[in-house]
Design a protein around this ligand. Sequence first.
Ligand code: SF4
Length: 191
Amino acid sequence: MLAVAEIFYSIQGEGTWTGTPAVFVRLAGCNLACTFCDTDYATKFFADPAEIARRVGELGGACPTVVLTGGEPLAQAETPALIDRLRADGRRVHLESNGTIRTELPADVWLCVSPKERVDAQMARRADEAKLIVDGRIPEEHLPLFADRPTILLQPEGNKPANVALALAYVKAHPRRFRLSLQTHKFIGIP
Ligand code: SF4
């Protein structure tokens, strides 16, 4: 059984897939405790992969994309089984991870790694998308791990003006490699 915080149908508000409809499965629990974290990832209910897949279909119908997020989705042992179940249903799985828990993933799973206090080098190499959170500073210490990434997203924490200004200045100073990622769903008040 997996511990689940919430399942909902919305759009991806940030990163490469901004604007894409997706069913979000927020798995409960995290192995880190970031000071700025404002995500409610407490357990609300338990469900097995089949039940979660059923709920995804109920909410999203034919929506092809499912975003597994958290908390840290890879902190739960049954997450790979959930990924397989969703793929068997023909869903495209996007996984949002802090990149600390080394896990083999099918090649068609889109992996977004957003490093916090540390990140596993293998997970950084596997990432399809690197999303660095700007919270008062640019976390340049993570950049060597993403050396082969053509594009790195800088996302201002909480859309705060000071963080936006910092990220914007950095992106403009490094136009070939960095892109600004804003949490657009918060602009329109949707989850
Ligand atoms: S890794 Fe993400 S979910 Fe976990 S504590 Fe940090 S910000 Fe929150």
